[in-house]
Design a protein around this ligand. Structure first.
Ligand code: URP
Ligand code: ZN
Ligand code: ZN
Length: 460
């Protein structure tokens, strides 16, 4: 299959230029002006549009047994939503509970995605326990092409890892040259603060932030960075929500710790007042770490501008308002944590980041794609536009005007955290390895096109 994309403005993390792109055998094979195409080639006219490398979401949950229920999307619905929103590669968290066999859990996660995903994908391998069997499984998992781990310092009795296991996991990561992604909140403090609030009759979703305040997140970051400092492991703090946590990461970086920081589109745009909405509507915005005070947003945007924050992910974790979020009607600690945002990340980043003059177009590509590709062993196959790279391309129409709604989204969840929000610009066409999967903003592709990507350890 061959594809010509004509007259677009190519935008990578470092460059902007007018060019045609010629794609054959799944990759970009020529870049230039007025390239010649055979008469039977598919041609997309990208005049007046940007051509971005496919965006990478480095933190999603699709199959997720969690808090007594399951996240709502399948790989079919999630990958369609990702593509319509310009994301062509997803990195999903494999989340074993600490009493589970890690290799078996990975097999389950793989089986959910295989043949179902319309976009390419890979996994961060969760580690919630460290013993001899787990160690040898992790060595095999890394050798098989899954070259990053995920640990949780929170979620007691489920995904939370103890300190001895954490120490050994980081030592192994250092030895194998893989990066460890981490949910940083002190699980003991969360459990005690939840107990105290509930005992006082504080049961509503608005207490999510009070039960996991910024210091609890910053303590988690400090805790992990101390372990990384002593083991030399490379770490990546997921879903950083606040100034306190970012400062803890940057203090560690100034001591020489190899730490990178992710934030989420929702932390840049939503704040904790959303959890105060009446009629339990606030539960739609319950996640961990929680939405914070608005004062944190300029800190996070500034972090993106100056490279202190490397990536903008979604932590997509969709639970229906009716039938799932309402499991915590009388107790906020039972509200399944997470929000849907996979479909909207790039459109919101363009509207509020680029049009809103917080970041440049190049920075949008960097934080939405290139940095994740580099950190997680996908670059330059993914994350940029160059000869030999996979032809994952987003032809983005900056003149489109529309709005976000659960009535029109591809996701399987019954609400949108951004209901009614306006967007300026959207992907008009999206390709995965040279095949058009989205046209005029609609999914037209083949379900099952997506491949599990093998990644080598980075060895940094
Ligand atoms: O609230 C969240 N973030 N839910 C998904 C699980 C996690 O902590 O990433
Ligand atoms: Zn998390
Ligand atoms: Zn997550």
């Amino acid at each position: 299959m061959s594809l010509m994309i004509r007259n677009g403005e190519v935008v990578t993390a470092s460059d902007r230029y007018q060019a045609d792109l010629w794609c054959e055998n799944e990759t970009i094979t020529a870049i230039g002006r007025q390239l010649k195409a055979p008469p039977d080639a598919e041609v997309i006219d990208a005049s007046g549009k940007y051509v971005f490398p496919g965006f990478i979401d480095p933190h999603v949950h699709i199959y997720l047994p969690f808090m007594g229920t399951f996240a709502k999307d399948t790989h079919e619905t999630a990958s369609r939503a990702a593509l319509v929103g310009g994301t062509t590669t997803m990195i999903e968290m494999v989340c074993p509970a600490n009493n589970e066999d890690h290799a078996k859990v990975l097999d389950t996660w793989k089986s959910k995605a295989e043949g179902q995903s319309a976009c390419d994908y890979t996994f961060h391998m969760g580690v919630s326990r460290y013993d001899q069997q787990t160690e040898s499984q992790l060595r095999e998992i890394v050798a098989s092409g899954i070259s990053s781990f995920k640990i949780f310092l929170a979620y007691k009795g489920a995904f939370e890892i103890d300190d001895a296991s954490l120490f050994h996991t980081l030592n192994l990561a250092k030895e194998l040259g893989v990066i460890v992604t981490a949910h940083c909140e002190n699980g003991t403090l969360v459990a005690e603060l939840q107990r105290a609030l509930l005992a006082q009759g504080c049961t509503g979703p608005e207490y999510q932030d009070t039960s996991r305040p910024p210091r609890v997140e910053a303590e988690g970051v400090h805790h992990l960075t101390t372990f990384a400092e002593l083991t030399g492991a490379h770490i990546y703090i997921v879903h950083t929500s606040c100034e306190e946590a970012l400062s803890a990461a940057l203090r560690a970086r100034s001591r020489g710790v190899n730490v990178w920081v992710e934030t989420l589109i929702q932390f840049l745009l939503l704040d904790k007042s959303y959890t105060e909405q009446p009629n339990f509507e606030g539960s739609k915005f319950v996640m961990s770490p929680p939405l914070r005070d608005r004062r944190n947003q300029p800190v996070l945007w500034n972090g993106l501008r100056n490279g202190m924050v490397s990536t903008v992910a979604t932590d997509h974790a969709p639970f229906d308002f009716v039938g799932q979020k309402d499991m915590g009607q009388d107790n906020f600690s039972l509200i399944p944590n997470g929000i849907p945002s996979l479909e909207d990340r790039i459109n919101l980043l363009f509207t509020h980041g680029v049009v809103g003059e917080q970041i440049s177009l190049n920075q949008m590509v960097d934080v939405g794609s290139t940095q994740a590709a580099k950190l997680f062993g996908l670059f330059p196959r993914k994350g940029t536009i160059q000869i030999g790279a996979d032809a994952d391309l987003v032809i983005f129409d900056p003149n489109y005007r529309g709005s976000i709604s659960a009535r029109t989204h591809q996701l399987a969840v019954d609400y949108s955290a951004f209901e009614g929000w306006s967007i300026q610009g959207r992907p008009s066409a999206v390709t995965v390895r040279g095949e058009v999967q989205v046209r005029e903003g609609k999914f037209v592709g083949s379900q099952g096109k997506g491949r599990l990507l093998k990644r080598e350890p980075n060895h940094f």
